[in-house]
Design a binder for this molecule. Structure first.
Ligand SMILES: C[S@@+](CC[C@H](N)C(=O)[O-])C[C@H]1O[C@@H](n2cnc3c(N)ncnc32)[C@H](O)[C@@H]1O
Length: 213
């Protein structure tokens, strides 16, 4: 755990309040969340759980799964606690950031990262932490919006300063897939690019990486 564990700088009460109202999650992401939570077993960690959008799907996988999650923003965490309760999802939810995960090495069978590597302040440090806490052979399953090509990419660069202010620090211009596939600790199992979606947070990429032995 090299990076700071302090979460106090991550605080977006307005975003947390409106997030579930403005994001049509079932419409946009239901099939992707089912992809993330398919055939789970063992210990699972959801990083940057937000309002707990994965929890109803994780609840369906329980009781064969031990569910853990971290979320640094206390306003998001509050929503996530309610979501967990309402969906019957028993989750150990902690105040932490992905750059400094409060778990020992090799602790998890699966780590879920959904719409979060766009927002994490130090994504390289976070990926190191994911590699550390995953068991050899474990999976990083992800769903992320990434930098587009062509005029859409140019538009993302133009919009980004405004977007990050209204969207809780979310960056439109991250090359998250390159970051993932270039990391020595992971082998690519599957990567799927989905061009459908709502500009500027498109394209979306989902996939599975396996922690090398
Ligand atoms: C767009 S939301 C996505 C939430 C959820 N994963 C989902 O699929 O809906 C991004 C989340 O990342 C969280 N976040 C911000 N910085 C983070 C960090 N350094 N480590 C972990 N999560 C972080 C934010 O508080 C926010 O809840």
């Amino acid at each position: 755990m090299g990076a700071s564990a302090d979460t106090s700088d991550i605080s977006h009460p307005l975003v947390a309040t409106v997030y579930d109202l403005v994001v049509p999650d079932r419409l946009l992401f239901e099939s992707h969340r089912r992809y993330l939570t398919r055939d789970l077993s063992g210990r699972v960690l959801d990083i940057g759980a937000g309002t707990g959008a994965n929890f109803p799907y994780l609840a369906e996988a329980a009781p064969s799964v031990e569910i853990h999650a971290i979320e640094p923003d206390r306003y998001m965490r509050r929503q996530a606690v309610t979501k967990a309760r309402n969906s019957g999802c028993a989750v150990d939810l902690r105040a932490a950031r992905a750059e400094s995960l409060p778990y020992p090495d090799d602790a998890f069978d699966v780590v879920l990262a959904s719409l979060v590597f766009c927002t994490i302040q130090e994504p390289d440090a976070a990926l190191e932490e994911v590699a550390r806490v995953l068991k050899p052979g474990g999976e990083l399953r992800f769903l992320e919006h990434v930098h587009a090509d062509g005029w859409r990419g140019t538009g993302q660069h133009v919009l980004n300063p405004l977007w990050e202010r209204v969207a809780g620090g979310c960056q439109l211009t991250r090359d998250t897939v390159e970051r993932f596939v270039c990391h020595d600790a992971f082998a690519v199992e599957q990567i799927e690019r989905i061009d459908r979606g709502i500009f500027p947070a498109t394209p979306i990429v989902r996939g599975t990486l396996r922690r090398r032995q």
